[in-house]
Design a protein around this ligand. Structure first.
Ligand code: PGA
Length: 229
């Protein structure tokens, strides 16, 4: 299983360090087939050691240059960061990243050999319009994305389930993952209100290869409880 923690705009450099030191101890005897990813805020990126991979929540598709407020490849390479989240719904919605922007980032970081967790997910009105609408919407988020990239991991995160405490049902996850699977052949995560109370039923779903966790990952006890559930 893959367990990925997305801190979003939470944790400081200091608290991330403490978190990762604790996590490193806990993961000393994790199952070898499991993989753990942590996406701290950009200010907390550093070279950490432990049985996990640290990635960037975002970066600009450039080596360096005049892009005020952004970080590029040079700032990631300093810490050996070779993993990135692309297409998260919060960036699509609040930071106005359209599919073209997302594709540009994807293509750039793929060309630089990054492991990419590529996020897709539908808003509530699309979910309420039925499965065909959901499929059309999600597949449109694959437009321009090279799904054959061997370092791609896809994360399905219904927007209405993110940070709301309301996860998608087992049936919704199972049917959406089955639809996505018939269109690509890479590891597929579920995200959206994953927590210790529902981790087991979610990871038991056929077609779920792991989880991308926000709120419930902020506390290292809660996140490691999920890894060892
Ligand atoms: P959540 O966030 O676990 O707080 O719902 C998931 C995500 O946005 O990756």
């Amino acid at each position: 299983m893959i367990y990925a923690a997305n801190f979003k705009t939470n944790h400081t450099r200091q608290s991330t360090k403490t978190y990762l030191e604790t996590l490193a101890q806990k993961l000393a005897d994790k199952r070898t087939e499991d993989r753990v990813f942590i996406f701290p805020p950009a200010t907390a990126l550093d070279s950490y050691s432990g049985n996990f991979t640290v990635g960037a929540q975002n970066a600009y598709p450039t080596q360096n240059g005049a892009f005020t407020g952004e970080i590029g490849l040079e700032q990631l390479e300093e810490f050996g960061i070779k993993t990135i989240l692309i297409g998260h719904s919060e960036r699509r919605e609040y930071l106005k990243e359209d599919q073209e922007t997302v594709v540009t980032k994807y293509t750039y970081f793929m060309a630089h050999g990054f492991e990419i967790i590529y996020c897709i997910g539908e808003p509530l009105e699309v979910r309420e319009a039925g499965e065909k609408a959901v499929a059309d919407y999600l597949l449109s988020q694959f437009e321009g994305i090279d799904l054959s990239y061997e370092k791609l991991i896809v994360a399905y995160e219904p927007i209405w389930a993110i940070g709301t405490g309301r996860s998608a049902t087992v049936e919704e996850i199972a049917s959406t993952h089955a639809m996505l699977r018939s269109n690509m052949d890479r590891p597929l995560l579920y995200g959206g209100s994953v927590k210790p109370a529902n981790i087991k039923e979610i990871t038991a779903i056929n077609g779920v290869d792991g989880v991308l966790v926000g709120s419930a990952s902020l506390d290292v006890e809660s996140f490691s409880e999920m890894i060892f559930a």
